[in-house]
Write a protein that binds this ligand. Structure first.
Ligand SMILES: [Zn+2]
Ligand SMILES: [Zn+2]
Length: 156
């Protein structure tokens, strides 16, 4: 399996065996964490439809605009899932997602709340904080390309 076939959510499974069926709506996420992972992967793949469809109608934005805010996603780290299992109707997932934005390395730590309605999990809301760190232009790019930051993700 090549790196590019591994699911962006960091599960170490292939995309086809992990988030793809959820993104393509072939199956609904069984747990809050699985939905959270699929939403991260949807952000990486700019899969707006899945992000909106998995957002609870009460808090869902009308649309997303990825071009307003170009980011390079680096990784997802799940810290803890509380409830959110197959037999629960609510759950919380705490995670950190890392990405590059405006020449800075950003680590967003979020505690997300999920609700299950009619057998489907939805993202309700999250509390988050972001730490930003400037990256030296001449250092290797954090995306792992092996190129200098200024020649890689900094230039977009
Ligand atoms: Zn995945
Ligand atoms: Zn890069």
């Amino acid at each position: 399996m090549t790196i590019s076939n591994i699911c962006a959510c960091g599960s170490n499974l292939s995309f086809a065996a992990c988030c793809q069926p959820i993104l393509d709506n072939h199956q609904s996420a069984e747990t809050a964490e699985a939905l959270m992972r699929s939403r991260y992967t949807a952000f990486v793949r700019k899969h707006e439809q899945h992000i909106l469809a998995s957002w609870h109608p009460r808090t869902r934005p009308p649309a997303l605009n990825f071009d307003d805010n170009p980011v390079v996603w680096l990784e997802l780290l799940i810290h803890e899932s509380i409830e959110g299992g197959k037999n629960d109707s609510a759950g919380t997932v705490e995670f950190t997602s890392s990405y590059l934005e405006n020449g800075q390395l950003c680590r967003l730590r979020e505690k997300s709340q999920f609700l299950k309605e009619d057998g489907r999990w939805f993202y309700l809301r999250g509390e988050c904080s972001v730490k930003r760190e400037k990256i030296e232009r001449n250092l290797p790019c954090p995306c792992g390309s092996g190129r200098k930051f200024k020649k890689c993700c900094l230039s977009g």
